[in-house]
Ligand binder design. Structure first.
Ligand code: NAP
Ligand code: MG
Length: 494
């Protein structure tokens, strides 16, 4: 079980965690108290190179990429099982480092385990096709792993989002270099150790620490790296997209969001209110797929908002490790300051806080942590900064609409398009909205939700490509076409 303090941790290279001395270190803080919990070395370009080297060697020598995939099925299956069994240790560590309530961390760990199990089941089912061509020829395709794949992860779901792309990459036979966010590297390090204990050959999963600008860019620009999977902010995503394009390597970008949660007057309003509250206050709103824009049909708006307000006021804030806590602190002081800036801006632009707002009081005892009261803004107009930019905190912006067409226009008036929610009992409205929404994912009468077997990705500035589902394996493999001429003489080409 994780202690309240983790002590020094190191990078994970070539199957070992290396605690180094005489190097610059970063002190990680518990977001609930801002007390130190662990120190980790600050990686450099040289560490990035060493991690790629370790992966490249393992890719060539370990036999992991064998076409039949049986070993991958077995090892990934063992990792999935071990992670599920040891959920408590991982969940405690996630909460200690990231701040979210323990029951959320438990969900994240079990989701990661289920992702591994799902891709373990696919690892021996990666196959090509035979293609009919003229004459005595056999034409077929092979799907091969790419080689060394790089994965750059954010701090909001540190383990779950790392595993989301690492699992299919390993299942397809690649060797992985993972760079977690600088604030939240602990569960990724423990996961690499666990994977090695479960029989993952050394060098197939390396975890390199250090800043995005130095270590992240060194990974993306390394000529031995065959693909980049990035989850993070749109600004950094664009930069990574440019770097990957200049090397002509494939990239997936999972970026931000400004999810509309659309409530029609015929919906089960109690369920919808709970869903809307969950969709913005889960993980203290630090979610790409947060339902941060509430669009509610005019005739029920007042009633609906007063119920969501009640739910927000009842939320129990506190350290994520304390029993019964429903919302934890934000990840760092710096991030809290950014979110507070948006709350102040909202009031300046004329929005009205129904709950929370600038300087909203917190229960005593929470001053030392990065806690922020949940905020619900009414009287929001579509042009306001808080209605357009991703806040990445517990801030809900309410607007109203009259017709489904108006709801669609409002919902689609955004640079983002990740997850959109629709609450209605009318099937026709639900399906018309699903078709009209400019979002990579639409969820009806539930928010937010995803599964390892369903694609996760965004339209517009929310990203490029997708993660999850069986077709994610296509990203982590390359296709080769083979033609075999077995005719006694040259057969016709047409
Ligand atoms: P971020 O600042 O973009 O960082 C994400 C990762 O990129 C971190 O590991 C970061 O390292 C690294 N990085 C930073 N600059 C880099 C560079 N120049 N080259 C290479 N790597 C670099 O994002 P964040 O603040 O951690 O996460 C919040 C954002 O992620 C939000 O916009 C959110 O919507 C998005 N997100 C999207 C999804 C999705 O699936 N669509 C899921 C979760 C989060 P450092 O930590 O060292 O800076
Ligand atoms: Mg950042």
């Amino acid at each position: 079980m994780a202690s309240a303090k983790e002590g020094p941790r190191g990078m994970f290279l070539d199957g070992q965690e290396l605690t180094v001395t005489g190097r610059e270190h970063r002190t990680l803080l518990d977001p609930a108290t801002n007390r130190p919990i662990a120190t980790v070395p600050t990686g450099t370009k040289e560490d990035a190179r060493a991690a790629v080297e370790s992966a490249a060697k393992a890719f060539g020598a370990s036999g992991w990429a064998a076409p039949d995939g049986q070993k991958r099925v077995q090892v990934l299956g063992r990792i999935a099982q071990a992670l599920a069994e040891r959920w408590e240790e991982f969940a405690r560590l996630e909460t200690l480092n990231q701040g979210k309530p323990l029951r959320e961390s438990k969900g994240d760990v079990l989701y990661a385990a289920r992702t591994l199990e799902y891709y373990a089941g696919l690892a021996d089912k990666i196959q090509g096709e035979t293609i009919p061509v003229p004459g005595d020829r056999l034409d077929y395709t092979l799907r091969e792993p790419l080689g060394v794949t790089v994965h750059i992860a954010p701090w909001n779901y540190p383990l779950q989002l790392a595993v989301r792309s690492v699992a299919p990459a390993l299942a397809a036979g690649n060797a992985v270099v993972l760079k977690p966010a600088s604030w939240t590297p602990l569960t990724a390090l423990s996961f690499a150790r666990l994977a090695t204990e479960c029989g993952l050959p050394p060098g197939l999963l390396n975890v390199v620490l250090g800043s995005g600008s130095e270590v992240g860019e060194a990974l993306v620009t390394d000529r031995r790296v065959a693909s980049v999977s990035f989850t993070g902010s749109p600004g950094v995503g664009r930069r990574i997209g440019e770097l990957a394009a200049s090397r002509v390597v494939p990239v997936t970008l999972e970026l931000g969001g400004k999810g509309p949660n659309i409530v029609f007057s015929d919906a089960d309003l109690e369920r919808a209110a709970r869903g809307v509250s969950f969709g913005i206050f889960l993980n203290a709103g630090q979610m790409c797929w947060a339902g941060s824009r509430l669009l509610v049909q005019e005739e029920v708006k007042e009633r609906f908002l007063s119920r969501v307000k009640e739910l927000a006021l009842k939320l129990k804030l506190g350290p994520g490790l304390e029993p019964g806590v429903e919302m934890g602190p934000l990840v760092t002081r710096e991030h809290r300051a950014v979110v507070e800036g948006y709350v102040t801006r909202g009031v300046e632009e004329g929005a009205v806080p129904l709950v929370g707002g600038p300087g909203a009081a917190l229960s005593p005892g929470l001053e030392a942590g990065n806690f922020l009261a949940p905020t619900i803004f009414d009287a929001v107009t579509p042009g306001m900064t808080i209605a357009r930019e991703e806040i990445f905190g517990p801030v809900l912006c309410a607007m109203s609409f009259r017709t489904p067409e108006e709801a669609l226009a409002l919902a689609n008036d955004s640079d983002y398009g990740l997850l959109a929610g629709v609450w209605t009992r009318d099937l026709s409205v639900a399906h018309r909205m699903a078709r009209g929404l400019e979002a990579g994912m639409v969820s009806v009468n539930e928010y937010p939700v995803t599964f390892p077997q369903t694609p996760f990705g965004g339209f517009k500035q929310s990203g490029l490509g997708f993660e999850q589902g069986s077709r994610a394996l296509e990203f982590y493999t390359r296709q080769k076409n083979v033609n075999v001429n077995f005719a006694p003489a040259r057969p016709p080409r047409t």
